[in-house]
Design a protein around this ligand. Structure first.
Ligand SMILES: [Zn+2]
Length: 495
């Protein structure tokens, strides 16, 4: 065994006595110091931020696998962790740096023999330097998973998510409610694979809760308590699932989607400790249950491919779970003094059920002019074909009744809401039209992008704006069609 000639390096925050978070330069120094002491990690630059800072991914394993062939052939589960996607939420980055050090220098070496780990300690280095939630161009990166317009999300999407397709994707934030140390969420998408959701809501939650309890830390669901004035009862609330957010997006790509939120109000050292302990707990779970986790993910992906969901959910509503739960309510600190918490019982309203759905088609076709839309689908790893010849086929058209443009800017967009009616018809698709079959890897995501009224559809994010016909005019319909059967004509795959 090698003798540690040099002591383990401190993070910037540790060196500063937790007076401030680790700076970007300190993080790069820290990672290179660690890499020089171990063969269990490889640090790679996966891109540059808007202001030119390096976005780094740390690959860990024993042996360390840092290429897509090695990772896709590995029988061990692969975990992707992103920290500090919101620049003013340091716990993810600080906890991740401590975790990396522990994994490569100190911890049970058997852990990295059983899992592959990819960590992006800081997904938003520009925001972290400036102390802002958003990146340097004002984007909330955790609302950019559908359009992937930012350098930061684009890098993680293309260089890690679609390339390695990890089994588990965890995003670590500061948020949630005291007195908890970890507030936890898996996806709330009703369109997610139910077995992957059950794994995250059951065994993973229970394992983490037990581990944190043994370290005198508390864990509950994200996000916090609220009082229902009308009914005079406490309940536990959460935030809306949207495909533009990591925990929805990851699930629509058939990964086990996890969100860790370390509540604000803990001292920074304790917040980092809570993040590190929670991440290490997840790693231990995955190391122990590797074969079960792998087979759950492989089975989910097989189901998606061979029997994709029959319904596309277009609108959701929060609904309580049947069982009530006990949880702590702690008022906000007053004059810097923390206040006592009390245990109450209430509904857990962290479940969303669909209120509007539509059947999923065999596939979609769209006009050759919608090249940006084809490029968007390709960035998400979705296969897109082009028709060689003009093809006359039965379709379902979207008759356009109304266009509502948002008066406000959001993520540099004015979102477009389309009111449409689906009508059966016969259409001649021009040569070069794009064809997207749903029965492929992205079967859960494709309808969310292509059904015009879906909450994060390409139409809503303006991809159809310059191709819209006059609404309400007889016969005006979108240049996008639903196909209920394979047209069975020659096509070629887009590269
Ligand atoms: Zn956040």
């Amino acid at each position: 065994m090698a003798i540690q000639a040099r002591p383990a390096p401190p993070t910037g925050a540790e060196a500063a006595g937790w007076a401030r978070p680790t700076s970007h330069v300190e993080m790069l120094w820290f990672l290179s110091e660690l890499e020089a002491r171990t063969d269990r990690m490889v640090t790679r630059s996966i891109g540059r931020t808007e202001e030119g800072r390096e976005i780094v991914a740390v690959f860990m394993g024993d042996p360390v696998l840092a290429d897509s062939t090695g990772l896709s052939r590995s029988e061990k589960p692969t975990l992707l962790v992103t920290g500090t996607i919101h620049g003013n939420e340091p716990a993810g980055k600080e906890g991740a740096l401590q975790l990396i050090r522990e994994l490569v220098l100190e911890s049970d070496p058997g852990l990295l023999a059983r899992i592959n780990v990819i960590v992006v300690p800081s997904m938003n280095p520009d925001g972290a330097e400036a102390g802002t939630r958003e990146n340097a161009r004002g984007y909330d990166l955790n609302r950019d998973w559908i359009t992937a317009e930012t350098a930061e999300v684009g890098a993680v999407l293309e260089r890690l998510v679609t390339r390695y397709w990890p089994d588990v994707f965890l995003d670590v934030h500061n948020g949630g409610a005291l007195p908890y140390h970890l507030t936890y969420q898996t996806t709330l998408e009703p369109g997610a694979d139910p077995d992957l959701v059950a794994l995250a809501r059951g065994p993973i939650f229970e394992f983490l809760e037990e581990r944190l309890t043994s370290r005198e830390m508390r864990m509950f669901w994200y996000s916090g308590p609220a009082f229902d004035e009308r009914r005079g009862v406490w309940y536990w609330r959460t935030t809306e699932p949207l495909p533009r957010k990591q925990h929805s997006y990851a699930a629509l790509q058939d990964m086990i989607a996890l969100l860790f939120e370390i509540p604000e109000g803990h001292p920074p050292q304790l917040a980092a400790e809570a993040a590190r302990e929670s991440m290490l707990g997840l790693l231990e779970f995955l190391a122990r249950k590797g074969p079960e986790v792998r087979s759950a993910v492989v089975e989910a992906r097989r189901r998606t491919l061979h029997s994709p969901p029959t319904q596309v959910h277009l609108a959701l509503q929060p609904t309580p779970y049947r069982e009530t739960e006990q949880f702590f309510v702690q008022p906000r600190p007053e004059n810097g003094e923390s206040r006592a918490s009390s245990l109450v019982e209430g509904e857990n309203r962290t479940r969303f059920v669909p209120t509007t759905s539509r059947s999923a088609p065999w596939g979609y076709a769209f006009d050759p002019g919608l090249q940006e839309l084809a490029r968007l689908l390709r960035r998400h790893g979705i296969e897109v074909e082009r028709l060689h010849d003009a093809t006359t086929v039965p379709v379902e058209r979207y008759r356009l009744d109304r266009v509502i443009r948002s008066p406000e800017r959001y993520q540099r967009h004015r979102m477009t809401e389309l009111r449409v009616e689906v009508e059966a018809g016969i259409e001649t698709l021009a040569p070069g039209s794009f064809l997207v079959r749903v029965g492929q890897r992205g079967a859960r995501l494709i309808p969310q992008l292509l059904e015009p009224e879906a909450v994060d559809s390409a139409a809503r994010w303006n991809f159809l704006d310059s191709h819209l016909p006059e609404p309400g005019v007889a016969g005006s319909h979108l240049p996008l069609y639903r196909l209920n059967a394979n047209p069975g004509v020659p096509t070629s795959l887009l590269p």
